[in-house]
Design a protein around this ligand. Sequence first.
Ligand code: ASP
Ligand code: MG
Length: 471
Amino acid sequence: MGTLTMKFGGASVGTTTALMQVLSIILQEHERWENLIVVVSALDGVTDMLLEAAHLAQLGNRRGYRRIVATLRTRHLALVENLPLANSESGALQGEIDRLLFDMLDTCQTMSDYPETSHAAIDQIIGVGERLAARIVAVLLRSSNLRGVAVDATDLIITDSVFGNATPSINLTRQRIKENLLPMLTRDIIPVVTGFIGATEGGQPTTLGRGGSDYTASIIAVCVDADEVWMWTDVDGMMSTDPQEISEAQTIPELSYDEVAEQAYFGARILHARMIGPLREQRVPLWVKNIFKPRDPGTLIHHIDSDQEHSIKAVATIHGISLISAYSGPLTEIIRLTDEALFTTTGNHAEVMISAQSSDRSFLCFVIPTSAGPEAVRTTRSELERRLTSRESKTPWTVQPVVIITVIGTHIDRQSHLTARIFDVLSGIQILGLAQGPSNCSLSFVLKIENNDDALHRIHNLVINSAGDTD
Ligand code: ASP
Ligand code: MG
């Protein structure tokens, strides 16, 4: 067969047991595919620790970031010790781990001496987790007689300079991949590429936003014309809702690119929202699979003839911020202020999800991406309030954190019997805003945070019972 790109997430590389699964999957697929490309995330929890180290360095807390580096060293060395590696490989790997962490310590040191250091330094620090993981996986492959080679994506993925949330340039990346990755494939090497990280054209390190290893896999797949992409996680596939919120959540066998893009954008944490676009364009099929159940099919995401679809498949929930005012008129300035606040706190530009006006009122709602982290709602809200207060205006705006609950299913716009049932199950819950997605496969409700659990349960029951319904 042709070329397969497989991405292994943080949980798949985080323990010896999971790493042995990774090895057996790669051994098996190596037999079946002509070319294999592996993309890895950092061990789970590592990027959070690296971020913390970067913040401590900015604050000049030397002891704090040193402690983190020591913990990271112990964790990675313990993992390596428990793997069946050849002695010579194991010693060299430990040396590599030390070198990477030592360099990182150096960057932290510079940062605490000069706290105004560039954002590039933060990206350099937080990308170390992927570099460590790629080296471990590559050595593990070599110990099983596969030609695994760790590749830093700074040599492959060329991005803009939005540090912390960079976007790759497909053309420049394709060129680099042609020069630096394709020759490896012809030599039967299995490249083990660091997810999440890239570099500007000038060579400054960048990262693609939290959860960005998925995006790396999709960009690489598109640039090498891969036949398929497989994302290995520790859940059974894309789910009808977040199983941590609702235990009855079910695996969805099949989704279209539009459906999964909406699901990821509106809160499903399994996939990075921006990874879908490139795959959709080239119609590269994507599988989401559970590393611990490799024989289970998982979820297939591919092109589906949308006229055949007649059910709602999932419900997702995400945090957002709404603004309301007794004002009716141009909204340009308020949108600009929100954009600046969101960009300052999360590195994301504000995408207006809903903007509605009546004769004497305005309502706006923005999504706070899950990738921005758990603190993002609070920090964005206070940043926005600060900017609003410092601006002179007679009509004050009220900023309120909200949840956005989104129902996903192709042609939801044509399924009036289902939309009627959705409104029916939500009866008694105040709906602050409402939007139908432009791809016609999502319907979103803006609700007060306290209504989240109740609404999610009610709609999820409908999702489960709607399977197979037709007009
Ligand atoms: N390690 C990075 C993160 O935790 C990227 C990823 O896991 O996809 O966000
Ligand atoms: Mg992820």
